[in-house]
Design a protein around this ligand. Structure first.
Ligand code: SF4
Length: 503
């Protein structure tokens, strides 16, 4: 940041990676001015200053602490006393002077000690009692204070502090032989014919490489620096792995391990998850058969789902829940077969679920959509800072992450099943143009993949009103919100995870 007049920047500090105080404090000062031989650290804020009852302007407490810390850092670097710091608030153009005296230094010391104590602790601190602090706190989308208050007072709908949508988009490269390289702050995708397309990095949330697509080391570095996740999916549509920057520290994971080894909590969460899944399946099928002749054909399967839903709350073991979920799933897929049987002549009807390998086009489509969903669930979990290898319902069996499989259960119906059934019934698919077959195995060709990705990504952007929390958000954001609510089950206020009956 630059400033005119009598400002002189202090290159040795501004251009360094930051200052380090002997107390273990690091920082980067916005600007340093020289007035009558004294150096004064300046901090620039975009917002407004704090207006006191007598009409004077003051700095906010957290800004004051930051300014004192900068003064102390500068003092150490200069080897001479710095007794003043200033904060300029851009919105109301006020500059507030902070006197760096003994009392202020003591306040800073106490705050640092408390911060270290919290960092060492495996317990999350309680949310602020003063709600107004949260409205302007940058941690609100992570901390979810409003949702915690809602858990205590359900009659009081929370104010939205969690963003409705991502402002960036998920990029997919599906053409075999394409390369992705860096050009400045953009990604350039070039296909085998030499056609190039450039995408500014700031617009990208993640990159998914389908099949034999190459990415240069420089591009990997850029994506990693910018926190952009990279995912690999095979040409056949199977998720392979990801490169993601994990958030949070070891304390968060220790809290997760501590929470999920508690068998009682794991069973409670499993029951809530299985109930939410069966209820979503049931609601979807009731909606698809409302007012038409399919209802009669489905009636025994619908009744089976209702029964399974009733028993979930009474089951005492994970095995019982797996059995109930399996019965409900068989009934649900039997209903899907009834809903798509009129597509039999086009080869897109569904008869039964076949996974490895998918034995018909519908199963190939469904498996591909589940791979995309699994990728998003892994990303949401890692973004929040949890460990996907420890779940509560799914057990570690294959290479798949149990927690990602757990989270997927909440989103299979709205993000994969509805997309598959809806697009098949709208006749958006052609077996010849969109699928390939080798022996008994089917998979989507590049044209089919592009179509499925478009449908899936567009569905993820649909905005949906959360019936429990009461505000709307896209499915893409909802995945992250659910992971953050899950974390509150063992650190914070429990009772909000998997309550969304997504339609
Ligand atoms: S959002 Fe969280 S961290 Fe920020 S003030 Fe509120 S309770 Fe504190």
């Amino acid at each position: 940041m630059t400033a005119g007049g009598n400002t002189s920047c202090f290159p040795s500090i501004r251009q360094s990676k930051g200052c380090c105080w002997k107390a273990g404090l690091y920082g980067r000062i916005d600007c340093i001015r020289t007035e009558k031989g004294r150096k004064i650290p300046f901090e620039y804020k975009r917002g407004r200053s704090r207006v006191m009852p007598d009409g004077t302007s003051e700095a906010w407490p957290s800004d004051t602490l930051q300014a004192i810390a900068y003064a102390v850092l500068l003092e150490e670097r200069l080897g001479s006393a710095v007794n003043e710091a200033r904060i300029h608030y851009g919105a109301d153009r006020k500059t507030v002077t902070i006197k760096v005296d003994t009392a202020m230094r003591r306040t800073l010391k106490r705050a640092l000690e408390r911060a270290r104590e919290l960092r060492r602790s495996t317990r999350r601190p309680p949310i602020a009692e003063n709600e107004r602090l949260c409205a302007r706190c940058s941690l609100a989308p992570v901390c979810l204070p409003e949702e915690e208050r809602f858990a205590e007072q359900p009659e009081r709908p929370p104010i939205r502090l969690f963003p409705e949508k991502h402002e960036t988009w998920d990029m997919h490269v599906v053409e075999a032989g394409s390369t992705i390289r860096r050009s400045g702050d953009s990604l350039v995708v070039e296909n085998q014919e030499g056609n190039k397309q450039s995408y500014p990095i700031r617009q990208i949330h993640s990159v998914t490489l389908h099949g034999p697509v190459q990415m240069s080391t420089q591009t990997l570095h850029l994506c990693s620096e910018q926190g952009i996740s990279i995912h690999w999916i095979t040409g056949g549509g199977k998720y392979i792995g990801s490169l993601m920057r994990a958030a949070g520290g070891v304390q968060r994971r220790m809290r997760q391990y501590g929470g999920l080894v508690n068998e009682e909590l794991a069973l409670l969460l499993s029951a809530r998850l299985v109930a939410a899944k069966i209820e979503m399946q049931l609601r979807y099928m009731l909606r698809l058969s409302r007012g038409n002749e399919r209802r009669n054909a489905m009636s025994s399967h619908l009744q089976m789902m209702r029964n399974m839903l009733k028993y979930v709350g009474k089951s005492r073991t994970r095995q019982e829940m797996l059995g109930l979920e399996g019965n409900a799933a068989r009934a649900y897929f039997a209903c899907i077969a009834i809903c798509t049987e009129h597509r039999m002549s086009e080869g897109l009807a569904f008869t039964h679920r076949s996974r490895r390998p998918p034995k018909d086009p519908f199963n190939a489509l469904l498996s591909f959509l589940y791979s995309l969903l699994y990728r998003d669930c892994v990303q949401a979990i890692v973004t929040v800072g949890l460990d996907p290898t420890i779940g509560f319902y799914h057990q570690p069996r294959s290479g798949a992450y149990p927690l990602a499989l757990d989270l997927m259960e909440l989103f299979r119906v709205p993000l994969a099943d509805m997309v598959a059934v809806g697009s098949v019934n709208r006749m958006q698919w052609s077996v010849e143009k969109d699928f390939e077959q080798a022996g008994p195995r089917f998979w989507l060709n590049p044209s089919g993949k592009k179509k499925a990705i478009k449908l899936y990504e567009s569905r993820k952007q649909d905005v949906w009103k959360h019936p429990v929390i009461g505000y709307s958000l896209s499915y893409a954001r909802l995945m992250e919100l659910e992971v953050r609510l899950l974390e509150k089950e063992w650190s914070g206020k429990p009772g909000l995870f998997a309550l969304n009956k997504i339609r």
